[in-house]
Design a protein around this ligand. Structure first.
Ligand SMILES: Cc1ncc(COP(=O)(O)O)c(C=O)c1O
Length: 469
């Protein structure tokens, strides 16, 4: 039974360096005793006027936005609603190509024409920032863009110059939507970047469940200006979000914000001290490398979220091997592992004991690598290339499809997404060309054991859906 498995995990002593941000460390009343959806006296999320409206207003005030919407379908439904409201059906939008799949799903649903900006890569090949210069160049040379969409911070914690990008977008009277799914903790302590809600973004979507002590699925959508029509946003939230929102989840959002309001100063101070101590301990690693904010050049990232612990393996072992060692030998569960690095996700609920265990484990693993020789590993730069768009996502999705072997797909147009999960950023989106290099990369990802989604495998071969030629 699922419940038995969850309870076994809870009692296992396995330390969670992954979301949700409450780190399974809070108490809560018996969920059955308080589980309701809209009944008399409890307001209605889709027409909030009472207790929920007051809670949303407090959230807006805390983040400095004009309006905040509680979300129980994750940042996903906030991204779908914000993009749908900002970009009329069939219009053009400018999107950072390292976006989460939810952005592409909005593009599909609204039949948008997507124009892409490719993020800058860091020296080790991790995807970095989108710059104001990239946005300016595109908008100078093209017209008809109805919204700009960026992800800041990225899944890996790299932050873009939101204020600079907002200023450029506004020169052209275009709204900026920021997927800040990983940045709900921004703006509460000087060690972390300012929140996009205070930097000129027009809509900001944040998963409170990722970095604050809130239940999985909970998120906030903020509107910070009138550039995106609030009536439209509500209309689309009504479409994309459940009509039976869980009061347990909503109470969890409110509670996480109350924790920040009441105990945030002490909790953030302890969190930052714990991170600094951890980072000091791992600074002398020889084979593994944990980049700090100063590791990224101004070109690579405008800022960095020190709460994201990236562990670069520098070829001595793969990200997945590191993840397995930490899981099996040290009882530490990471958020993500890829070719040449792994990610430990932290929050203000992490403990010093947890940080010390991770630092100690990394030092021991580092020592065990003495005398080994590094090998070339796949980096995000290899994985996330620039396959050309041939047709729009909705055109590809709605064309007749043919399932063909991946090895025979060179030159075909993909009819499906291919992505690693996590982080859920498509390597290929429907309508893009399956070129030789991309097929080699996807094949390599499978060979090294990465979790590739969007392909279909039987005992003999791997297949991909393509647009019928
Ligand atoms: C960058 C980014 N945006 C959006 C999402 C979707 O967030 P949610 O899981 O809250 O729907 C994710 C999820 O991992 C993400 O990493």
């Amino acid at each position: 039974m699922l419940l038995d498995k969850l309870q076994t995990l809870a009692q296992s002593g396995q330390y969670p360096f992954h979301m949700p941000g409450h780190k399974r460390a809070l108490d809560f009343p018996n969920p059955y005793a308080i589980d309701i959806t809209e009944i008399g006296g409890f307001d209605n999320l889709h027409h909030a006027q009472g207790i929920l409206q007051e809670a949303q207003e407090r959230a807006a005030q805390m983040y400095g936005s004009k309006r905040a919407y509680y979300l129980v379908n994750g940042s996903t439904c906030g991204i779908l609603a914000a993009i749908s409201a900002a970009a009329p059906r069939g219009s053009r939008i400018l999107v950072a190509r390292n976006s989460h799949k939810a952005v592409y799903h909005a593009i599909y649903l609204r039949q948008l024409q997507a124009e892409y900006l490719y993020p800058v890569d860091t020296a080790s090949g991790i995807q970095g920032q989108t710059t104001p210069q990239q946005v300016r160049k595109y908008l100078q040379e093209n017209s008809g863009i109805r919204a700009v969409v960026i992800t800041s911070p990225t899944y890996d914690g790299l932050v873009s110059d939101v204020a600079g990008i907002a200023a450029v977008a506004h020169e052209y009277d275009i709204p900026l939507i920021v997927d800040e799914a990983h940045g709900a903790h921004f703006g509460f302590h000087p060690a972390f970047p300012e929140n996009a809600t205070r930097l000129g973004a027009d809509a900001v979507i944040m998963s409170v469940h990722k970095t604050l002590p809130a239940f999985t699925q909970t998120a906030l959508l903020h509107l910070c200006s009138d550039r995106i029509n609030a009536v439209q946003v509500k209309k689309f939230l009504n479409i994309y979000e459940t009509s039976s929102p869980s009061y347990i989840l909503m109470a969890g959002i409110e509670r996480s914000l109350e924790i920040i309001r009441k105990e945030g100063d002490q909790l953030f101070a302890a969190y930052v001290a714990g991170l600094e101590k951890f980072r000091h301990k791992v600074a002398s690693l020889v084979h593994l490398y944990v980049p700090d904010a100063v590791a990224f050049t101004d070109g690579e990232a405008y800022a960095f979220d020190i709460g994201k612990i990236l562990i670069e393996t520098q070829g001595y072992l793969s990200g997945q091997q590191l993840q397995e060692l930490l899981r099996n030998d040290y009882g530490l569960e990471l958020e993500m592992a890829s070719g040449n690095y792994a990610v430990a996700m932290t929050s203000l609920m992490d403990t010093q004991e947890g940080f010390d265990r991770l630092a100690q484990a990394l030092c021991e693993i580092d020592n065990s690598l003495v005398g080994t020789t590094p090998a070339a590993l796949l980096t995000p730069r290899d994985i996330y290339r620039t396959p050309g768009k041939r047709i729009e996502i909705h055109e590809a999705e709605e064309s007749p499809h043919t399932l063909i072997p991946l090895s025979a797909a060179v030159g075909h147009t993909s009819a499906d997404y291919i992505y690693l999960y996590p982080p859920g950023i498509p390597i290929i989106v429907p309508g893009e060309e399956l070129d030789e290099q991309t097929i080699k990369t996807v094949t390599k990802c499978m060979e090294v054991g990465l979790d590739v989604e969007g392909l279909h495998t039987d005992t003999t071969s791997t297949f991909v859906y393509t647009v019928t030629m």
